[in-house]
Design a protein. Structure first.
Length: 268
C-alpha cells in the first residue's frame, strides 16, 4: 500500500528535480548559521524539501539559496522559526513539497516480508531491523516517518500509519526526538563511509546494485522475479536432496528410522 502523502515529492539535490532553489535572496550569513538552522529542522531526512537530507537544506537556507517553506514534516512551526532566525517573511508551505500532517511511522506486513533488506538500506536513521531472509521490523520510536522505505520495497508490504509512540506533533518531535534522529543519521553516514573503504565493498556493492535494480521494474515484474528466484532455490534444494539420497548405502536406506546400527555395521 503506497502512501498518498508522498505524492508530488521530488527528493534529491537542488537543481536535479523540481523548482530552482537559487532564487531566494542571499542572506550573507556565515557558516555558523548552518548549525542554528539545522537545529530548527525536524531531522526526518525525508528529502521532501528537494535536498538529500536536512543538513543540505540548512546549508542552502544559510546561503540564501532556498526558501523557508519547503519542510512539510516541520509544518507551520518550522516555517515560522526559520523565517524568524533568517529574517525572512513567513510563507505558506510550498505545495510542491507535499502536504503537512500528523506524524506517521512505517509498518511492515510481516506475512509479506521476504527479508530482502532493501528497506533497511533505504532507512536514513537505521529504524528498520532484520537480516537477509528473515522478517524485518520497524523501530517505531526511532522512525521519522520519512517514507523512503516504501518505494523500493519489492513486495509492497510497507505502509505509513499515524504514529503510535512518541510525540504526535512536529513541535514535540523537534523538542524530544530530532537530536537523536540527527545522531542516528550521522552515525549511519560514518558507517557507510567506512564500508566504502573496506576491501570487500566492491563485491557487496555489486550485490546491492543487483537488488536495487528491482526498483526500475513494475510491481508485477518484481514479484515475478522474486517468484522465479524462489523456484530456483527450491529446485536446487530438491536436486541436492535427491543427490544425497542416492549417496546413502542400500543397507542404511532399508534400516527403519530410529534404529541403532548393529555391532560392526557401517555407521555412516
Amino acid at each position: 500500500m503506497r502512501s498518498s502523502r508522498l505524492s508530488g515529492v521530488m527528493p534529491g539535490p537542488a537543481g536535479r528535480n523540481g523548482p530552482d532553489h537559487r532564487r531566494a535572496p542571499t542572506t550573507g550569513m556565515g557558516a555558523g548559521a548552518v548549525d542554528a538552522v539545522d537545529a530548527l529542522l525536524p531531522q526526518t531526512q525525508c528529502g521532501r524539501c528537494g535536498y538529500d537530507a536536512c543538513r543540505p537544506y540548512a546549508q542552502a537556507l544559510a546561503r540564501g539559496d532556498a526558501d523557508v517553506n519547503r519542510c512539510p514534516p516541520g509544518g507551520e512551526a518550522t516555517i515560522a522559526a526559520l523565517a524568524r532566525i533568517l529574517g525572512r517573511p513567513v510563507k505558506a508551505l510550498d505545495p510542491a513539497c507535499g502536504a503537512a500532517g500528523p506524524r506517521e511511522t512505517a509498518i511492515i506486513d510481516e506475512s509479506a516480508c521476504i527479508g530482502c533488506t532493501v528497506c533497511i538500506r533505504a532507512c536514513p536513521v537505521d529504524a528498520i531491523i532484520g537480516a537477509r531472509r528473515w522478517m524485518h521490523a520497524v523501530l517505531e520510536s526511532e522512525c521519522t516517518g520519512c517514507g523512503l522505505c516504501i518505494e523500493p520495497c519489492p513486495m509492497d508490504c510497507i505502509s505509513m500509519v499515524p504514529a503510535r509512540t512518541g510525540p504526535a506533533t512536529p513541535e514535540g518531535w523537534l523538542a524530544e526526538r530530532a537530536p537523536f534522529s540527527r545522531r542516528r543519521f550521522e552515525r549511519r553516514r560514518r558507517r557507510e563511509s567506512a564500508l566504502e573503504s573496506a576491501p570487500h565493498h566492491r563485491e557487496r556493492a555489486g550485490r546491492i546494485d543487483a537488488i536495487e535494480s528491482l526498483r526500475t521494474r513494475s510491481a508485477e515484474q518484481r514479484r515475478a522475479d522474486i517468484a522465479a528466484a524462489v523456484a530456483r532455490v527450491e529446485a536446487r534444494k530438491a536436486e541436492r536432496g535427491a543427490r544425497d539420497a542416492a549417496a546413502v548405502p542400500p543397507a542404511k536406506q532399508a534400516r527403519e528410522p530410529g534404529c541403532r546400527p548393529r555391532h560392526g555395521e557401517d555407521r555412516r
